[in-house]
Write a protein that binds this ligand. Sequence first.
Ligand code: IPM
Ligand code: MG
Length: 354
Amino acid sequence: MDINIALLPGDGIGPEIIAEATKVLDRTAAKFGHRIRYTEALVGAAAIDATGNPYPDTTHCICREADAVLFGAIGDPKYDNNPKAKVRPEQGLLRMRKALGLFANLRPVTVYEPLVDRSPLKADVVRGTDFICVRELTSGIYFGRQGRDRHDTRAYDTCTYTIDEIEQVLRVAFRLAGTRRRHLTVVDKANVLETSRMWRETAQRTACEYPDVTVDFMFVDNAAMQIIRRPTDFDVIVTENMFGDILSDEASEITGSIGMGPSSSLGDGTRGLYEPIHGSAPDIAGQDIINPIACILSAAMMFRYSFHLAAEADAIESAVDKALADGWRTADIAKPGETVVGTRKMGQVIRDNI
Ligand code: IPM
Ligand code: MG
């Protein structure tokens, strides 16, 4: 298969992890007889510095023409502490999600047996955890009307959802649950919010079309608690944009390190965007210490979801499993006394396992 990938390294540690992920992709492609072509483009602070725009039109064109987008990270401290900054790297990410129509964000939470005691939770609680959080990504409070009144004494952000927006992401979650343990948890705040009541009604209606999937409903505050209390009970969670942002960060801690978490963002077509869930970590950029596994596993998700190449995805995931089982550790997943390797070495070990 000929595969055309838009490569968006972005800021901070982005370029380092993208370098390892592409080498793993190349190895996998060589093994299975695919040809991958990469087109690199600017995004985030790197793009602001070069063009003044965190998601330039040329980047959008490159993404639209690609079969999939592999994305590193976005964010730079020079914008974080400046609430008055007119353009921010994060705007690039939000614009990109919207412009590419990526309404469903899949964030798997998998506990790896060799890392079971790296979790801040008890090994017995987290062992066997394997669920996916499906976060709505292009609507809700992130994209509602926001602003300040003319006296600059009141600010507002509004959360809006249409039935269509809810239904399209619910369908992704129902289908995904159908390929897994057939259990879907819809997370909302229907005891308070009108948008949540619409989510719940829509989910109840849509559920009739997926009779093989068991659905339950949970308020978001309770979900935040249950996720760390009994994480193995979950299979697929679906929720609105901001709840999903918060719950997925919380859930990533269950695995022991945010450096292990991949993600994919999908829309109507097959062209998805794949990125690690961690940020740009500017404080440790360029030091060869970041864990490349989240980005490498994102590349595996790309094979699985954009190209329906499950054997290729399995090969990458098994290569990661083997590296961990063999005791290879980057700093974020090492216990005191364990030998620590850098980004490049971890990438090479995984590559050699393919
Ligand atoms: C994420 C991030 C982004 C979000 C930020 C950087 C805008 O936290 O992808 O989870 O809130 O969506
Ligand atoms: Mg987030």
